[in-house]
Design a protein around this ligand. Structure first.
Ligand SMILES: *Cc1c(COP(=O)(O)O)cnc(C)c1O
Length: 354
């Protein structure tokens, strides 16, 4: 039996997608060739790329004037590409510091200019989302992380930025509706809600590029990839193909609005049990709780062995918390069925009854 996969990333993908992907590895399009042994410039793969781009545009209602890119190097590469492409020589950028990923993004921007941190929750090991800060209008851009995968916090509202707005949406893209027109760059590593590791989705407003006065290395210049339709060099064909399948699955499901409702139900169910059950405690501030990564602790750590035995026996996998938070983290991404969350909740009740 398939396990209930609560892993934070790489993580669960829809079962139908895995089946289609494995078929395409052996025989793609009934052409008796594998998807991963055909040219990326062949008609069938070019069709995959344009369908993937099209699905992103449809699912997120991407307005005109934006480019959709599938790049490599992970979200971590975007930590550097964003300042390279947006920060003027001797410029400055504004960041929120809401977790390990935000901190890494800040470190890369600091290589190129001044960084002002306006919202910082490191004082409580990133257990909340800072709010009410002011974004200086003379900065080149503002950068935030929409969902903090490790700490289980999520921005429920985005500030209005007087400057360009950039967001790392790696762990909640396609999980809820966003208004793309409020952002100038959105990026997300594929391996949390879109596909396997190996490609990064970037949505960029064309008119914000080319203004830094910097000589940007070719591969790190968004304009290189825009002008070549993400085919400047060999794209990661398999991750892009599987992302396309996952996006098609999401479209067939009813799109982002439909999955957002289910995601809310799953989160309510699990947080409801954490709050009800006297054995457990959530680690994130209630109003900032993530609908993707649910972090919680056992109040009495001597019950850990009993809990671990129970969830292991129920076929649950991947709920150990990140080493910097401890406890447990149940990631309940788009592909996670509510039935798996019900299994976890049942185990939590069983532990209480024993
Ligand atoms: C996982 C993650 C990253 C890092 O992604 P890579 O693709 O491994 O570079 C960055 N930001 C967030 C919010 C993440 O969840």
């Amino acid at each position: 039996m398939k396990k209930h996969n609560f892993s934070a990333g790489p993580c669960i993908l829809p079962q139908e997608v895995l089946k289609q992907a494995s078929d395409a590895i052996l025989n793609f399009n009934n052409d008796n060739l594998s998807l991963i042994e055909i040219s990326h410039r062949s008609k069938p793969f070019v069709a995959v790329m344009s369908k993937a781009i099209d699905l992103v545009k449809q699912l997120l209602s991407v307005p005109k004037g934006y480019s959709v890119l599938f790049l490599q190097g992970g979200a971590s590469m975007e930590f550097l590409m964003v300042p390279l492409n947006l920060m003027r020589i001797n410029g400055k950028a504004v960041y929120t510091n809401t977790g390990v990923w935000a901190k890494k993004a800040i470190a890369e921007a600091k290589r190129l200019g001044e960084v002002i941190v306006v919202g910082d929750s490191s004082d409580t090991n990133y257990s909340y989302i800072p709010k009410g800060y002011e974004i200086p209008s003379d900065a080149d851009y503002f950068h935030c992380t929409s969902n903090n995968t490790i700490y289980g916090t999520q921005m429920k509202e985005f500030p209005t930025s007087p400057t360009l707005m950039v967001c790392d949406m790696s762990s909640d893209i396609f999980s809820r509706t966003v208004n793309v027109s409020e952002f100038d760059i959105i990026y997300a590593g594929a391996q949390k809600n879109m596909g396997p590791a190996g490609t990064t989705l970037v949505i960029v407003k064309n008119e914000v590029l080319g203004k830094t006065g910097r000589n940007i290395p070719t591969m790190l210049d968004y304009n290189t990839h825009i002008s070549k339709g993400s085919m400047f060099n060999t794209p990661p064909v398999f991750p892009i193909y599987v992302s396309m399948l996952t996006l098609q699955w999401l479209k067939d499901f009813g799109g982002v609005e439909a999955i957002e409702k289910v995601n809310q139900k799953k989160a309510d169910l699990l947080y409801g049990e954490i709050d009800r059950n006297p054995l457990f405690k959530g680690t994130a501030a209630k109003e900032d709780r993530s609908n993707m990564n649910v972090c919680f602790l056992l109040n009495d750590s001597s019950k850990e062995d009993a809990f671990n035995t129970l969830w292991n026996a129920a076929g649950i996998s991947g709920i150990k918390g990140h080493r910097s938070v401890g406890g447990y983290r149940a990631s309940i991404y788009n592909a996670m069925p509510i039935e798996s969350v019900q299994v976890l909740v049942k185990i939590m009740k069983t532990l209480e009854q024993n």
